[in-house]
Design a protein around this ligand. Structure first.
Ligand code: S3P
Length: 448
């Protein structure tokens, strides 16, 4: 298991092409498997999570040819999947298990799907409940967790209001809706990312979106497509964080996904003083993309709560890590969902940042990081380097790395290879953007 040592200081500058968006890659892979013919996907995410989705598709009898970020998937139509003799393994990926559960519920065979120890701790009732309402027979030894045994069969359309804002659950229901008898309607009172709706349309499904509800008609003939995945904004955000922590930084990020259900993080950063600009915004394959530039600027700080939370759920760890670099700090509420992500993100982050000397308060639904209150807007965070443990959680590892850039002294991040779950090249990219002026040393800790 690799440890990463981050030395502070310097600046980041340069141009970055982001790897493909993880959320969109999952959806394109699943829909390509259900389409009638071969799809080609470019800039497919190199994230381990998306490799898990591809592997699950292979287990279900779909030919997948992945050459780097260019993936060819030979779809066999809605009824072309084959039963897997072995358990299907979603590894660390919540999106994979939840979205595939919707597909598996509509098959004529039984599947068992599970994941790694982190995924087996995460709540699945939120997806099992609506699928059961659609007629699915899903069993699990521990009512709410993977492994799930999904006995596929006849499904009926439902009209379902999401009790927890979750794009993964919404997506599972919409995918099951492809197989249902009748119309399926999902209602959400808090907006979540809409990549599934957009991707379903790209592949030819009949999806309508009206205000707070999505309707899908069953049994479309999905058409194979040639698609390019936009760059991953949720990965870009960690590089943006580096630029905001390190004075004299300036970055240009190309072809970043700018879907409005994902860009709330940029609005928030701009509202607290970040110098961020968007250019060349255009629509491609139903998704907005564009170039994002960021320059270092003093940050005031601010608070996040309510409906904002769902739209920047994956960025909250990085925003919290910026707290000590803002004048007034960052306060987050209504984010109890963070406790059931790859780790308990509130606790893991609070522990790591506390070890680095941050002053913070933890709440059941969030946390508050004190700012530097210098009033001068300089990044005098007073953090100090420490040994930190992200508990195998990719986004916590990257958030702590951002904080480490502005600390005094080196920070050692345990099991840093976990960044591969979403952004395998994170440390390399960061190093390149720092122009090699600050040394980062990887140490192999063979005994862990
Ligand atoms: C995702 C939705 C979010 C997010 C996750 C990816 C998706 O999860 O945190 O990283 O691709 O739909 P929830 O749906 O559980 O909120």
């Amino acid at each position: 298991m690799a440890r990463k040592t981050i030395s502070p200081g310097g600046s980041v500058s340069g141009v970055v092409e982001l790897p493909g968006d993880k959320s969109i890659s999952h959806r394109y892979a699943i829909l390509a498997a259900l389409a009638e013919g071969a799809s080609e996907i470019r800039n497919f995410s190199p994230a381990a999570d998306c490799a898990s989705t591809l592997e699950c598709c292979r287990r279900l009898g779909i030919a997948v040819d992945a050459k780097g970020e260019h993936v060819r998937i030979a779809g066999k139509g809605l009824d072309g999947l084959k039963a897997s003799r072995r358990t299907i393994d979603a590894e660390n990926s919540g999106s994979t298990i939840r979205m595939l559960s919707g597909v598996l519920a509509g098959q004529r065979f039984t599947s068992t799907i599970t994941g790694d120890s982190s995924l087996r701790r995460r709540p699945m009732r939120r997806v099992v409940d609506p699928l059961r309402q659609m007629g699915a027979d899903i069993r699990s030894t521990d009512g709410d967790r993977a492994p799930l045994e999904i006995r596929g069969g006849k499904l009926y359309g439902i009209d379902y209001t999401l009790p927890v804002p979750s794009a993964q659950v919404k997506s599972a229901i919409l995918l099951a809706g492809l197989y249902a008898d009748g119309l399926t309607i999902v209602r959400e009172s808090v907006r979540t990312r809409d990549h599934t709706e957009l991707a379903l349309r790209e592949f030819g499904a009949n999806v309508t979106v009206a205000k707070d509800q999505v309707r899908i008609e069953p049994r479309p003939k999905l058409q194979p497509r040639q698609l390019i995945v936009p760059g991953d904004l949720s990965s870009a955000v960690f590089l943006i964080g580096a630029a905001l922590v390190l004075p004299e930084s300036s970055l240009m990020l190309h072809n970043v996904g700018l879907n409005p259900t994902r860009t709330r993080v940029l609005d928030f950063l701009i509202s607290i003083g970040a110098a961020i600009n968007l250019a060349s915004v255009q629509s491609r394959d139903g998704e907005l993309i564009g170039d994002v530039s960021v320059r270092h600027a003093p940050l005031v700080g601010g608070s996040i709560s309510g409906a904002q939370v769902a739209e920047m759920i994956d960025e909250l760890p990085m925003l919290a890590a910026l707290g000590p670099f803002t004048e007034k700090g960052i306060e987050i509420h209504d984010a109890q969902e963070l406790r059931v992500k790859e780790s308990d993100r509130i606790a893991t982050l609070a522990e790591g940042l506390r070890q680095m000397g941050a002053r913070l308060e933890e709440f059941p639904d969030g946390l508050r990081l004190e700012g530097h209150e210098s009033g001068a807007g300089t990044a005098t965070s007073k953090l100090r380097g420490a040994k930190v443990n992200p508990q195998g959680d990719h986004r916590i590892a990257m958030a702590l790395a951002v904080a480490a850039l502005g600390a005094e002294g080196d920070t050692v991040i345990k099991d840093s290879e976990c960044v591969g779950v979403s952004f395998p090249e994170f440390f390399k990219t960061l190093e390149r953007l720092r122009g090699g002026e600050v040394q980062e040393k990887v140490q192999e800790d063979l005994r862990k």
